[in-house]
Design a protein around this ligand. Structure first.
Ligand code: UDX
Ligand code: UDX
Length: 458
């Protein structure tokens, strides 16, 4: 039996470690966090993150071989393997502000590991980190005079929120990076063995430490780049009567392009894409590669353009003013099936609508609490309404910004009847049946397709 510790009970630590624990009953897993309320929630019936299928796994393993605690020091001392999944936000001060990763939590954690260790350990980077962070960590950890040795591995997480359980149960690949020394390779093999309990060996790939760290940033940058690419085309489609869904389908059937991540929408969000691309940009600038940096930065610029383009379209369609108009925002989460609102395009749209002095009502099946928190002071100017029918009641427009399938099931005839006319619907995710909405009487504005409007005839 090995004591396996995870530091950081957020989306990454909290959704991966319970799954590992469920497959490895022979080991004992502890997840620690400095946030007491978060740990209390992991110990309760209402877990702090909404992730389909996760409750069942946590309830099955908790108290058997999975434990949650705030006693970080004690559990560091007992652990043989430590996963670190503390957050690495974008640095908002000093050198690299707005782009570089803020590594203060990571470094603090490394020092805490060192202070509380009496045995040698494997330390696994689970958080996304800039390339060569592992080296800095090795230096801190191995600078000890206790005669202890620490092997630092990189094992980036590729799961997506909303499908975390499925992604982790059946991953495309597990990536483990380590040092090419004898002890580094032994540590890699230990982690390979852990995953091999349920993941086929051929899907577990091992690389050097730097390749593994960089691959995580590059994977996210490539995924985000596809979204920005198709979103750039959506703008052109709206000018030319081409249909972005048809274009995406047509190009996606080419195996070399592939069909995934070509869904045009209001923009990408989430805790990783923007942050990781900006890390990549910063790294390139740091290493004297301004052309490479500018290339990747454009992916983020295009995303911001897409979000603002959506709002501009709303304003211009609604007779160039939305001041004082009630607008129902359908969605707050950055994608469906999660309560996460970090970097959510929904909230960017919301902020821009408030700038235009619109009266905003937000409805979302799971993310209202986080939305309220993220919007801070602005939340006071917003109505949070769990019932989408009530949210749309008396509204001039609906802006659908998260692709919750429940929104597609709504009775839009009933909704239309209770709205101010002419009623507008802006489908920022191309989720709804646009022709049907048009027949009901809505003026419909999809993404990357011609608008369906009754207004010309008037
Ligand atoms: C993710 C990933 O780990 C990281 O790769 C990505 O870059 C952004 O954040 P996530 O799990 O989504 O992490 O973040 P979050 O939900 O904020 O969880 C981090 C947890 O670490 C928090 O619960 C925080 O309280 C905890 N933490 C942070 C510690 O326990 N100790 C610290 O010193 C700092
Ligand atoms: C992403 C990566 O997919 C995952 O591998 C990594 O570990 C963490 O970052 P996540 O942010 O949870 O996962 O969700 P993802 O499904 O990638 O969606 C990110 C954003 O892109 C969402 O806002 C989503 O709505 C948007 N998106 C995704 C599109 O706009 N179009 C698409 O075709 C796909």
């Amino acid at each position: 039996m090995t004591n396996i510790l995870c530091i950081g009970a957020g989306y990454v630590g909290g959704s991966t470690i319970p799954i590992v624990a469920s497959h490895c009953p022979q080991h004992r897993f502890v997840i620690v966090d400095i946030n007491e309320a978060r740990i209390a929630a992991w110990q309760s019936d209402k877990l702090p993150i909404y992730e389909p299928g996760l409750d069942e796994i946590v309830f099955k393993t908790r108290g058997k071989n999975l434990f949650f605690s705030t006693d970080v020091d004690k559990h560091i001392a007992e652990a043989g393997i430590i996963f670190v999944s503390v957050n690495t936000p974008t640095k908002m001060f000093g050198q690299g502000a707005g782009k570089a990763a803020d590594l203060q939590y990571w470094e603090k954690t490394a020092r805490q590991i060192l202070e509380n260790s009496t045995t040698s350990k494997i330390v696994v980077e689970k958080s996304t980190l800039p390339v060569r962070t592992g080296e800095a960590m090795e230096r801190i950890l191995n600078s000890n005079s206790k005669g202890l040795h620490f092997d630092v591995l990189s094992n980036p997480e590729f799961l997506a929120e909303g499908t975390a359980v499925r992604d982790m149960e059946n991953p495309d690949r597990i990536l483990i990076g380590g040092r090419e020394t004898e002890s580094g390779q032994k540590a890699v093999e230990t982690l390979v063995e852990l995953y091999a309990t349920w993941v086929p060996r051929e899907r577990i790939i091992t690389t050097n430490l730097w390749s593994s760290e960089l691959s995580k940033l590059v994977a996210n940058a490539f995924l985000a780049q596809r979204i920005s690419s198709i979103n750039s085309i959506s703008a052109l489609c709206e000018k030319t009567e081409a249909d972005v869904n048809e274009v995406a389908h047509a190009i996606g059937l080419d195996n070399r392009i592939g069909k995934y991540f070509l869904r045009s929408g209001v923009g990408f969000g989430g805790s990783c894409f923007k942050k990781d691309i900006l890390h990549l940009v910063y790294l390139c600038e740091h290493y004297g590669l301004p052309e490479v940096a500018a290339y990747w930065e454009q992916v983020v610029t295009m995303n911001e353009y897409q979000e603002m383009r959506f709002v501009s379209k709303m304003v211009s369609a609604m007779f160039n003013t939305i001041a004082g108009k009630r607008i129902a925002l359908f969605g707050a989460a950055f994608k469906a099936n999660t309560n996460d609102t970090r970097e959510s395009p929904a909230l960017e749209v919301c902020r821009a609508l408030l700038e235009e002095h619109a009266e905003v009502v937000i409805t979302d099946p799971h993310a209202m609490e986080n939305a309220r928190y993220d919007l801070g002071e602005l939340a006071k100017r917003i109505t949070f309404e769990p019932d989408p029918y009530a949210a749309a009641n008396g509204a001039h427009a609906i802006a659908l910004v998260t692709e919750w399938s429940q929104f597609a099931q709504l009775d839009f005839e009933k909704i239309h009847a209770a709205m101010v006319k002419p009623a507008f619907i802006f489908d920022g995710r191309n989720l709804l049946d646009h022709n049907k909405l048009y027949e009901v009487g809505f003026n419909v504005y999809p993404i990357g397709k011609p608008a369906l409007t009754h207004l010309h005839a008037q």
